[in-house]
Design a protein around this ligand. Structure first.
Ligand code: FUC
Length: 832
């Protein structure tokens, strides 16, 4: 009976058969596309760290070299930082502040900078260093003569694999850092029995360390981090490696564990520290590492692997991108990178895009530290820029993809850090500037320092807290979570409060300005080589955003009416943006920009992206000026700068120029003089490696397909000719909409399905006319978008230099619709 019921009704109707065939065909196409989501190579890394492949679970991470005879897993743990709880305010600042301001207003910038160096910049720590733990090393005697070598990182599974053949035996190594189990797991297997023999070691570059073998054949590496800049290193860490073998012998040789003639082996590595929080190091590293180890060690490898993949894919699978595939995708990753500029290889962009999401999932997990300058991957005790948090661009950039690529939960470590800075930064505001609220300068670290570091040229900038506080507000705009907003409102308000106390009236212009400040790391020639200034455009834009977010948040929560009124009236007195004599957006209050300045920071374009103060629809001349600024600054630059430029050109609605920047960024390092690029393992090269460029570019690619900052959900705003046909699913917009599916053909939007998770008006801007899938017509949008998540803040009318002849740009036509939506419902649209 059962047999018949299974087969009989199924092919009754030929259309069912056709549907099944079509379904199988789709699976085939899909699996072809997904097979591409691997970084793979046919050579080992050698001793080049930037060839090795990153794995991580937000807490523990490793770089997998895939070397045959001596395999190395370089290990990191997110709280292994030099130093210990400390503060770095300079209390002399308060007394010096009036004089510094006077000098700046008198145009004596060099003298102001000298005074700031003497009295404002910290005399203490300039920030601590994120440090490596050490290495897990496996030595395979006699494996120097191998063939059929292959290694990969599968970013759909977050697992590395290395295979090779020695004496007719195929060896396989797999490794992952388990999300649910918090340990690294390495499995060694062979296709013939009793063939696995190797010795295992843990090594560390740290001065304070102890390596021993515990009773259960477990190697223990204990260490203590470095002292740095007068701060004693007090983070204690413990890495444990334990081995489970099937068949064969296991023994001890000094501090190594030796396995002989096993069928297969699983190595577990657990690392923990005594770090509880930025002001508490009272944890027990050994106990913690042992708890994770014991729990994991009793599990079966296949079960752990399945649980790891499931936990990872919960995030990763939310977004799919397909830009088509060409022959080039059959090449190893390093060869694709080499050829990318001169080949059509759209799926390489897909790979790089998804690699950015992979890196965020692997380096930023709730409860852990935010992704630092190198994410969570660093081999050194003294990394470049300490691998810390540079908050005048780099840290913010790390989190640009978080919300829109549907990884909202992974924003949490950054949001938590901002809440902590809003505590530590209170004392800095008070002690250094006599202000209420909180402030952070251009760098911070795991101890949440908020004082100014590095020298006035870089460190005088105090917009770090203001810029970061925007992330608190943005998370609300995507999630609509009011209880969350209530919990972070004190920090949003605190950032605004700082500026209400810190702003002063400019004696010449009468505007309220941040002084001292700078336009990060840049200085006009006219200012005697000093960066210190009053009212830089970026500072003005940040204060505008800080005030606007505080106003809107307080309105949502129904709190602080009086404070809001104060912010509104102060906001009116901020300097307007200005268009200068080179038809550029001015970087400073005075029209002193050099059109031949190719500085990597284009901080005044903060107003174009990530902020939204420069809009083609609301202030077209400013938009045109922003374009001139972009053109004057040029394309080639450091890695992260090019990543930012992808976002800017997407906002410029110029897909081909955005694509050009992707091409520039996806070049092997050294291809273009003076520029960054990409390493073989697809890490971004500043150079050296900085992860911000990876995240910035992933954000920029998203902005090419969808933007939701300018009062509407703008679909396909910046498609380049190369991505003429494609599909993306799972992107998130402000106001809680999910683009569950979007397809385009020959540059035309042909299908889009959008889920409304919060309800409210969905204002859509599209490159061509669309209608409901049912055939029903859409309503044309009129006036302001009634959906408050899309509220845009009116900026002051820009000032235009008399020497400028700026004209608005010719924009591509778009169509604007309003669709009332209900929470939880989906809406489908097709080409009209
Ligand atoms: C800023 C940038 C540098 C570098 C550093 C980490 O200071 O100007 O280019 O990215 O951060």
């Amino acid at each position: 009976m059962l047999k018949f019921t299974l087969y009989k009704p199924m092919f009754k109707d030929i259309t069912v058969l056709i549907k099944i065939v079509f379904f199988l065909f789709c699976i085939q196409i899909f699996s072809q596309n997904t097979r591409d989501l691997k970084l793979w190579y046919n050579t080992p890394s050698g001793d080049i760290w930037e060839n090795a492949l990153p794995i991580g679970n937000g807490f523990q991470a490793a770089m997998v070299y895939g070397n045959v005879e001596k395999e190395t897993f370089q290990l990191n743990e997110n709280t292994v930082w030099s130093g210990s709880p400390n503060r770095n305010d300079n209390p002399d600042a308060l007394e010096a502040l009036p004089e510094v301001r006077k000098l700046i207003f008198n145009g004596e910038y060099k003298a102001a900078e000298d005074l700031a160096n003497a009295k404002i910049i910290t005399k203490k720590s300039h920030g601590q260093m994120f440090q490596s733990v050490g290495n897990l090393e496996l030595s395979f005697e006699g494996h120097d003569n191998y063939s059929d070598y292959y290694r990969e990182l599968d970013i759909e599974k977050a697992i590395t694999k290395t295979t090779y053949v020695v004496d007719g035996v195929k060896y396989t190594r797999e490794a992952f850092t388990s999300f649910p189990d918090r340990v690294m797991v390495v499995r060694l297997s062979a296709d013939k029995p009793n063939k696995i023999s190797f010795s295992t070691q843990l090594t560390s570059p740290h001065e304070k360390q102890e390596i021993k073998i515990n009773s259960n054949n477990e190697i223990s590496l204990w260490g203590k981090t470095s002292d740095h800049e007068g701060v004693e290193g007090k983070v204690e860490f413990n890495a444990l490696a334990r081995i489970k073998n099937v068949e064969g012998n296991i023994s001890q040789n000094g501090n190594s564990i030796v396995v002989e003639n096993a069928n297969s082996v699983v190595i577990f590595v657990s690392i923990a520290t005594n770090f509880n929080s930025y002001n508490d190091l009272s944890g027990d590293e050994y106990q913690r590492a042992t708890i994770y180890m014991d729990l994991a060690f009793n599990k079966k490898f296949d079960d752990m692997k399945a649980a790891h993949i499931a936990a990872y894919q919960k995030y990763f699978n939310r977004v799919k991108l397909d830009l088509g595939t060409t022959e080039a995708s059959k090449l190893p990753t390093n060869e694709r990178l080499e050829k990318f500029r001169n080949t059509s290889d759209p799926s390489f962009v897909t790979l790089y895009y998804q690699f950015g999401r992979y890196l965020l999932i692997s380096s930023s997990q709730p409860g852990g530290q935010p992704a630092n300058l190198q994410g969570i991957w660093n081999r050194s005790l003294k990394p470049a820029w300490d691998s810390k948090y540079t908050i005048n661009i780099n840290t913010e950039m790390n989190y640009w993809p978080a919300e829109k690529t549907n990884l909202s939960e992974l924003h949490e470590p950054l949001l938590k850090m901002i809440m902590e800075l809003s505590e530590t930064g209170k004392e800095t505001a008070k002690v250094m500037y006599g202000a209420d609220g909180w402030v952070a300068h251009h760098n911070t670290d795991i101890w949440r320092i908020t004082g100014p570091v590095d020298g006035s040229f870089w460190g005088i900038w105090n917009g770090g807290g203001g810029w970061l506080s925007q992330h608190l507000w943005e998370h609300y705009l995507y999630t609509g979570d009011k209880s969350y907003l209530e919990s972070v409102y004190p920090a949003i308000k605190g950032a605004a409060t700082f500026y209400t106390d810190f702003l002063v009236e400019h004696p010449k212009y009468k505007w309220l300005v941040v002084v001292p400040g700078n336009s990060p790391e840049n200085a006009p020639k006219e200012h005697q080589g000093a960066s210190i200034t009053a009212g830089s455009t970026m500072d003005n834009q940040i204060v505008f955003d800080v005030f606007s977010a505080a106003i809107k948040a307080s309105e949502v929560l129904g709190e602080d009416k009086e404070f809001t009124e104060k912010l509104k009236s102060m906001r009116k007195r901020l300097p307007p943006m200005q268009i200068g004599k080179h038809n550029q957006l001015q970087e400073w209050l005075d029209d002193v920009d050099d059109p031949n300045d190719h500085h990597r920071h284009i901080s005044h374009l903060y107003g174009l992206f990530p902020s939204n103060q420069i809009s083609p629809y609301r202030n077209p001349k400013l938009f045109a000026a922003a374009k001139n600024t972009l053109l004057q600054r040029g394309d080639v630059s450091t890695g992260w700068s090019m990543g930012w430029k992808v976002n800017w050109w997407a906002k410029m609605q110029d897909g081909n120029h955005a694509y050009k920047l992707i091409q520039n960024q996806l070049m092997p390092l050294g291809t273009v003089r003076g520029g960054g690029g990409t390493y073989n393992n697809l890490f971004d090269a500043h150079p050296p490696f900085q992860i911000d460029g990876n995240f910035g570019c992933t954000s920029g690619i998203t902005e090419m397909f969808m933007q939701s900052s300018d009062g509407a959900v703008h679909l396909l705003p910046a498609l380049p000719d190369n991505f003429n046909t494609g599909m993306v699913s799972g992107l998130k917009t402000r106001g809680g909409f999910t683009i569950t599916d979007m397809k385009w053909e020959n540059g035309k939007l042909v299908y889009v399905e959008i889920e409304s998770t919060l309800g409210g008006n969905l204002r859509l801007r599209t490159p061509n006319e669309i209608q409901f899938k049912s055939g029903k017509k859409l309503k044309k949008a009129m006036g302001e978008n009634p959906n408050s998540f899309f509220m845009v803040d009116d900026i002051k009318t820009p000032l235009v230099s008399e020497a400028s002849n700026i004209e608005p740009l010719q924009l591509k036509p778009t169509y604007l619709y309003d669709i009332p939506t209900k929470k939880g419902e989906s809406y489908m649209f097709v080409l009209k």
